[in-house]
Design a protein around this ligand. Sequence first.
Ligand code: FPP
Length: 247
Amino acid sequence: MSNPLLRNVPAHVAIIMDGNGRWANSRGLPRTMGHRKGVEAVREAVRTAGEVGIRYLTLFAFSSENWSRPEAEVSDLMGLLKAFIRRDLADLHQQNVRIRVIGDKTNLRGDILPLLLEAEETTRGNTGITLVIAFNYGSRDEMTRAMRALAIDVAEGHLTADQITPERIASKLDTAGIPDPDLVLRTSGEERLSNFLLWQAAYSELLFIPELWPDFTREVFLAALKTYAGRERRFGGLSQPTMAVGS
Ligand code: FPP
């Protein structure tokens, strides 16, 4: 169902879900409560995105740098992601949601990897919104892995160096086959990309909003989409009507 109030809906929205800790601190609660509330915001965001006709929603769930957080918080975040997949997979599948996971899948310990793979496998044939979960993800790590794969192709003689094009690089990224994000949104007022989709966001609109992630309701999402709709995207070209040099 698309929302008649919204025009110019982005095909792909990528979100840096920031501010769970501050949300909890400001209420005198442990940080873990902020992450818990954050999962509820994830559910609402997926629902809203599907409702308004967004085709891809990418969520930065755990960065390759997040391992440096205290062990208890890392294990809490793992637990929440696992619980989300265990509890919500059937529901997401029923909603025709396709799940893709980006990030480094090697060297993951415990049962997180089998769960992520199960989520991808179960929903592979779905044709609704694609929920891209960025887990153990860092853009520089992703690009390094892609460069290594290309270097191997060259070393094995499948490719010459001058056949390396932006399209070939993109095809080796974790996001291969996923269109670049039209909108990259970060909550909590921080204005950084934090190693998120650096290649893919080359022409994305960036939007930094003050709300903390647990407060990211349907209304907040719709307001952000309205702001996006008012932006003019030029992809390095000129705005319309075309302004000729010297005119
Ligand atoms: C940033 O808040 C948020 C995270 C590091 C993790 C986001 C994870 C979830 C919302 C839960 C699991 C995800 C899914 C897809 C079910 P922060 O802790 O950095 O907040 P702060 O900057 O206020 O300290």
